[in-house]
Design a protein. Structure first.
Length: 221
């Protein structure tokens, strides 16, 4: 499978897991930095290979085979992130950048060796789950999006689901890291903002941020 095919399938899978489930070809093209025509051409080719279900003007969905292939790429990516973080202490943006290249060069054999060396981790340093070799992902029902967290409760940051350098720099500057504790002060439903308190500082976050930060509730009011 080519790098472009793997990236396409991976992007469709990740979009399908987001709250808005936006797998339109225009969205995929924008994220992959390709034209809409190129995205459409790829969708048609993958439909012939029975990796995606493609209908003109409709969002894409992955077939069972397409999902398995996407998860295999994601598995290798996240194992490399865990390896690079542990071995070289690279930051969260750096491990993502390097893993983007390494995931396409890694055999299943090497991925298994990396997984064994790391002690069979279930999540990567971002808190994202690492799929098993058979493609299964262990569900963690204790996590919620920060945008869905209840005001007045205390939470622990469990997952930072992003690859953007600016996002991680903002999180580090405000101590929003895996394992840190915060309190949700208020949810502003009308303008989709969330006010949190962390290290005695209050921060107002928009939905773009709170939809990629996962938290676990620690205690009641």
């Amino acid at each position: 499978m080519t790098v472009s095919t793997e990236n396409f399938l991976k992007t469709v899978y990740k979009l399908s897991r987001q709250p808005n489930n936006d797998t339109r070809l225009g969205t995929i093209a924008r994220l992959l930095n390709i034209t809409n025509a190129a995205a459409t051409d790829m969708a048609r080719k993958l439909a012939v290979k029975e990796l995606v279900d493609y209908t003109k003007y409709k969002p894409l969905t992955l077939t069972t085979s397409g999902t398995q292939l996407a998860l295999n790429v994601i598995r290798k990516h996240r194992l490399w992130e865990a390896f690079l973080h542990k071995t070289f202490n690279l930051n969260l943006h750096e491990i993502h950048r390097e893993a983007e290249h390494l995931e396409h060069l890694t055999s299943d054999f090497l991925a298994e060796k990396i997984e064994k060396y790391l002690g069979y981790p279930t999540t990567d340093p971002h808190g994202d789950p690492i799929p098993a070799l058979n493609g299964e992902r262990k569900a963690d029902n204790s996590q919620v999006l920060l945008s869905m967290a209840t005001a007045g409760y205390t939470y622990e940051v469990s997952r930072l689901s992003s690859s953007e350098k600016d996002f991680f720099e903002f999180c580090n500057a405000n101590h929003l890291i895996i394992g840190s504790t915060l309190k949700v002060e208020k949810q502003y439903d009308s303008n989709k903002m969330t006010e949190i308190k962390i290290d005695q500082n209050k921060i107002l976050l928009n939905k773009e941020f709170t939809d990629i930060i996962y938290v676990r509730q620690l205690e009641n009011r």
